[in-house]
Write a protein that binds this ligand. Sequence first.
Ligand code: E4P
Length: 219
Amino acid sequence: MKFFIDTANLDEIREAYDLGVLDGVTTNPSLMAKEGITGDENVRAHYKAICDIVDDKVSAEVISTDFEGMIREGKELAKIDDKIVVKIPMIKDGVKALKYFHGEGIRTNCTLVFSSGQALLAAKAGASYVSPFIGRLDDISFDGLELIEQIVHIYQTYGYATEVLAASVRHSMHLIKCAEIGADVVTCPLKVITGLLKHPLTDSGLAQFLADHAKAAGK
Ligand code: E4P
């Protein structure tokens, strides 16, 4: 399973990359705004800075909601760096844009997916990734993980090449469950990845090993 970090914060991206387990980055307009990145020039420069940190797969989202606008914007984003994956919302013109970019050999990530029907459309249109939002479904009493399971099942049944990118991941158990289900990718905040490290028996076991070693060495 691939790990993407879900942030536009350069320090967090560097920290996750330095850990040696990072496969990519996802951003969205809210995450860019959180970092105070505004204006076309600054946005492009920020995406380039992210691309310079990681090896590949940096999702950059279009703002346009009409076909022509998404194509124009997506092409501009793709020009920034070969690592860019153009992120397109799951709307009617978005489906057309996914199909267009597929034909152009430009990778896409279909975002704001909340049903298996939407995921089926994204796969048929040739999206490279589909992003079902787990946490936002859980927030309104729908089972986000159940949706991941349904999409994985449908894609496996028909052999779709689209990768299931579990998004809106809120905690480490979401990530572990996604791994059990067979999601191809999970995108999450840094704390969800570092949360995997934690176990009290690791901490107490290491403390004991070091204490025994010091005792035997007469320290
Ligand atoms: C990533 O591609 C999504 O935009 C992101 O995971 C949404 O997460 P949120 O629901 O925590 O905002």
